[in-house]
Design a protein around this ligand. Structure first.
Ligand code: PMP
Length: 428
């Protein structure tokens, strides 16, 4: 099939009639499918059921340092949890604070603390006239929701195949002291599955921000979430790079076991410099006496060490890989060469990012919904839900079964074709 834009008006009208007939058939199937959120499927959750057996009424709930985990105490996490999440975050255990069940919550808390109390003795952000954040786009909607909720102005920075546009990041950050942070998902990014190149990470580490309390919010949510055993992305470790660059306090690095064990019942952490850790703990000790140590122990005893996590992630990949491939193969087969959309084949993470022709994303998502397939809302991958090109759509293939996914992907490509034909007809 040749590119749609090379078709004549008559050919497009003919195609439209055929596609509409197929759309009516699809509607008659009464689908009820959800590709909107990056949730693990039930069979992925089953992989972690062994975690329910490692602690029972007979279990010794003392940690490796003799602390009784049934009781209060230990603000920054039990030793073995710091070791395990330290390995996962690629930093030493003394650079980590273990939190509760959600890294998003840690990120919210980190922004909230900066707003209320300031970063390492600097003016609280709430007392400043203007606070701005850089937001690589497309990005994670919940990051943008946090900064939006605090009235922080968000500035789009386009993603490239090697990470955010670093020329723009360097330029903005070095000139404007109101820019206090940037959201980053550096590995298998949400939604594009892009991993930042070595050069990008090093440029981040060498940033010279105008604001001394500028911080990089490095959300390494997908650090061990590979789809392939033999073809994985590699991300260099940013805290070490920052130290080398003489910028040790520049980064807050976040991580959690959410999409490793049970989302919402995992263990989250922050890894950062000793100065930042001290600053955080000053507030944290007011907020809590300590997080859920029993859950920390449960995770450590289930995995034992980082090899246990990698082994476990291979099982996740076996479930996820065919689903990603089902969607990607449908996109390749049905849309390849038509020049009405582009997509990236990720090697890990939870999403496939699809870019439709300009001005088509909202209409595609609406068409899918009318036929029973719910996608992430168009625009969600941009601050303020405003995708300037109305083009990006996030596809989350993890939750439906493979058969459901095949049906959903078929409908999706049909909707992409229909909306694109309409768009092209507008200009004929
Ligand atoms: N960060 C990113 C980039 C995510 O995609 C997600 C989950 N969708 C989260 C954080 C949420 O993590 P948690 O469950 O640890 O709050």
């Amino acid at each position: 099939m040749k590119p749609y834009r090379e078709l004549s008006k008559e050919e497009l009208l003919q195609l439209k009639t055929e596609l509409e007939a197929r759309y009516r058939e699809a509607q008659a199937k009464n689908l009820h499918l959800d590709m909107s959120r990056g949730k693990p499927s039930a069979d992925q959750l089953d992989l972690s059921m062994g975690m329910m057996d490692v602690l029972n009424s007979e279990a010794n709930l003392k940690d490796s340092e003799g602390v009784d985990c049934r009781n209060y105490g230990v603000l920054d996490g039990v030793r073995e949890a710091k070791e395990l999440l330290g390995e996962m975050s690629e930093v030493s255990p003394d650079k980590i604070i273990i939190y509760g069940n959600s890294s998003l919550n840690v990120m919210y808390d980190t922004v909230a603390r900066a707003m209320l109390h300031g970063v390492m003795g600097h003016t609280p952000w709430c007392k400043l006239d203007k606070v701005k954040f850089l937001c690589p786009v497309p990005g994670y909607d919940r990051h943008f929701a946090i900064t939006e909720s605090f009235g922080i102005e968000m500035i789009n920075v386009p993603m490239t195949p090697t990470g955010p546009d670093m020329d723009m990041v360097e330029e903005l950050v070095s000139k404007d002291p109101a820019i206090k942070g940037i959201w980053c998902v550096p590995k298998y990014s949400n939604p594009q599955g892009i991993t930042y190149s070595d050069e990008t990470v090093r440029r981040f580490a060498r940033l010279k921000p105008a604001a001394e309390d500028f911080r990089i919010f490095w959300d390494n949510a997908y650090c061990v979430h590979h789809l392939y055993d033999d073809d994985q992305d590699f991300l260099i470790e940013i805290l070490g790079e920052c130290e080398k660059a003489g910028n040790p306090d520049l980064v807050y690095k976040f991580c959690s076991t959410s999409k490793i064990t049970f989302p919402g019942s995992g263990v989250a952490c922050i890894a950062t410099s000793p100065n930042n850790l001290q600053d955080i703990k000053k507030q944290l000790t007011i907020q809590t006496i300590g997080h859920d140590k029993v859950n920390q122990l449960r995770h450590v005893r289930f995995f034992k060490d980082i090899n246990g996590i990698h082994e476990h992630m291979r099982k996740h990949a076996e479930i996820l890989r065919p689903k990603f491939e089902a969607v990607l193969d449908t996109l390749d087969r049905e849309l390849g060469g038509l020049e009405i959309g582009s997509w990236i084949r990720p090697k890990g993470g939870y999403f496939i990012s699809f870019d439709a022709m300009e001005g088509c994303a909202k209409a595609i998502v609406a068409k899918c919904k009318e036929a029973g397939v719910v996608m992430t809302g168009a625009g969600a991958t941009y601050p303020y839900h405003r995708d300037p090109k109305d083009s990006n759509i996030r596809i989350a293939p993890s939750f439906p079964t493979k058969d459901e996914l095949a049906a959903a992907a078929d409908l999706f490509v049909l909707c992409v074709k229909l909306v694109s034909v309409d768009k092209l007809l507008e200009s004929k």
